[in-house]
Design a protein around this ligand. Structure first.
Ligand SMILES: [Zn+2]
Length: 233
């Protein structure tokens, strides 16, 4: 099976090279299309799980390995692998840190499209999705309550964001108005900070990747990769 994985990685390397040629960059555009960003250094029991399907077979899942997790810090719950839950808890810490830095308070709700989903990858049917292992989450955005009395928001935060506000990848990743640009900065900073912390997640997929216009996919695949891009202006 090592051969299959090696062949898969070789294919990824080729894809990476092809994509680099096809993706025109500008001086201002921040773009990460790295299909293989190095092996993960923090071991996970799921690293040994086969990720490639034998020809003409379907994904089999074992929900008995999963747990229902309800966050104590943010209002959301998911069905996921216990090791991924530990990663989610670390992510919540980072998210709260970034949210306080941008909005003066933590989000009260994380909006998502689920963690566990028994399926192969949409783009590559021979590859088992990390979602099938309960090892990924698709984050749609966040809801924030009003700025609490006594809390300090950054001076450049638009005034209307002192009221309750909602940040959505679909609406705010590529801002159309100055009002939305502040949310975009938060989403981009959050994603960059996740990328800088491989002990939290290993794989990131977001806009402008196909099928990822409305969410950020975070997973703990055996290797590191980042596929997202944005215009910072
Ligand atoms: Zn996903």
């Amino acid at each position: 099976m090592r051969f299959v994985i090696a062949a898969g990685l070789l294919a990824l390397g080729v894809l990476r090279a092809v994509h680099a040629q096809e993706t025109p960059g500008s001086d201002t555009e921040v773009s990460y299309f790295s299909f293989f960003d190095g092996w993960a250094t923090d071991p996970s029991t799921l690293d040994a799980t086969e990720r490639f399907l034998e020809p003409k077979t379907k994904v089999k899942c074992d929900p008995s390995t999963l747990v229902v997790y309800h966050s104590k810090q943010l209002r959301y719950g998911v069905l996921a692998h216990p090791e991924f839950v530990e990663r989610l808890q670390k992510f919540e810490g980072l998210l709260i840190e970034q949210s306080i830095a941008h909005y003066g308070r933590a989000p009260r709700r994380l909006l998502h499209k689920g963690a566990f989903s028994c399926r192969s990858q949409h783009a590559r049917k021979e590859r088992i999705s990390e979602h099938a292992l309960g090892n990924a989450i698709d984050v749609l955005g966040f809801e924030l309550g009003p700025l609490p009395r006594g809390a300090v928001a950054p001076a450049d935060m638009p005034r209307h964001m002192r009221r309750g506000t909602s940040v959505r990848v679909r609406l705010h990743w590529s801002p159309r108005t100055e009002r939305d640009a502040y949310h975009a900065r938060f989403l981009h900073a959050l994603t960059e900070s996740v990328r800088a912390r491989p002990d939290i997640f290993r794989g990131i997929v977001g806009p402008p990747r196909p099928r990822h216009h409305d969410h950020l996919h975070f997973d703990a695949a055996p290797w590191r990769y980042a596929m997202f891009g944005y215009d910072p202006s």
